[in-house]
Design a protein around this ligand. Structure first.
Ligand SMILES: [Zn+2]
Length: 289
């Protein structure tokens, strides 16, 4: 199991040519370092095979990574062959602080002396109200776009087999469930293959505002649900509830390993959909955790 980060920035940058150098060995590093001015800051990524890639600072991380997922990304500076500064500052990938072990391993493979952790730590949070991405400054967990609290719990809600029993219409969702969703503490986010269609076809029926929508990147791997990595990335350390009919213990284990905050993965029986009993469990977790 590894923690990877998918590109979450503007899609027009995906067509940029690949930039920077793959540092596969100490020899590669010595060659690279002899050709640059090490007083400058550089862009780095750690690719999915654990290799460091370095590029001039003005390079986009996504170009440095060739559009691929990464294990880590940020800015870096060297004092000769020693890493003197390293951050996780990449708004393209929003790597969490949990990316440090992979970054450290990439340095260690090359025999580079490095700090004990990120020199400067960045926390990226997507707003549970407006969906915009904010860099949290000085533990001030407030959305820079709409002033919403960026630290309150998020509830990720699936549609098919969860909110909607198969073969049923949004209009058939019980008023009980609609009022449960409207009164949940924290923020509600669509986590469904319906994407924005959930806002068009379901939110109005339930009396909900348009909600943020999780965008999906990943493919299934090792029995992990295709949503799990994106949900954990979206939550970015916040307490969260994930309501879905397809959850397994593989997802619970992965969340336990890679999500630093509390989480409730609540599985719904797809034959009946979300019930009042489910709602009570979720409500009680959110209010008493
Ligand atoms: Zn906001």
């Amino acid at each position: 199991m590894t923690l990877t980060f998918s590109y979450v920035g503007p899609t027009d940058l995906l067509s940029l040519p690949v930039q920077g150098s793959v540092i596969a060995s100490r020899e590669d590093f010595e060659t690279w370092v002899s050709r640059v001015d090490t007083r400058e800051l550089f862009t780095y990524i750690v690719d999915v095979s654990g290799r460091l890639r370095l590029a001039p600072r003005q390079s986009e991380h996504v170009a440095c990574a060739g559009g691929e997922d990464v294990l880590g990304a940020g800015e870096i500076a060297f004092d000769d062959s020693t890493v003197s500064y390293v951050s996780n500052q990449s708004t393209g990938y929003c790597p969490s602080l949990a990316s440090w072990p992979a970054v450290q391993a990439a340095f260690d493979r090359l025999g580079l002396t490095h700090p004990a952790g990120f020199t400067v730590e960045f926390v990226f949070r997507r707003c549970g109200v407006c969906g915009e991405l904010t860099v949290v400054k000085e533990s001030d967990f407030v959305c820079g776009f709409c002033d919403a609290d960026l630290d309150c719990p998020v509830t990720f809600l699936d549609v098919d087999g969860t909110l909607l029993r198969y073969g049923h219409e949004p209009a058939e969702i019980s008023p009980d469930i609609a009022s449960f969703l409207s009164s949940l503490p924290g923020h509600l986010v669509w986590a469904t293959a319906w994407l924005e269609d959930a806002n068009d076809a379901i939110s109005p029926v339930l009396g909900l505002p348009r909600l943020p929508v999780v965008a999906w990147h990943d493919v299934p791997e090792d029995g992990l649900h295709w949503k799990t990595r994106d949900i954990v990335a979206w939550a970015a350390g916040r307490a969260f509830v994930w309501i879905d009919d397809e959850l397994t213990d593989v997802d619970r284990d992965w969340v336990g390993a890679f999500h630093p905050g509390p989480a409730l993965l609540h599985r719904v029986d797809s034959a009946v959909g979300l019930t009042r009993d489910d709602a009570e469990i979720i409500e009680s977790w959110l209010t008493t955790r």
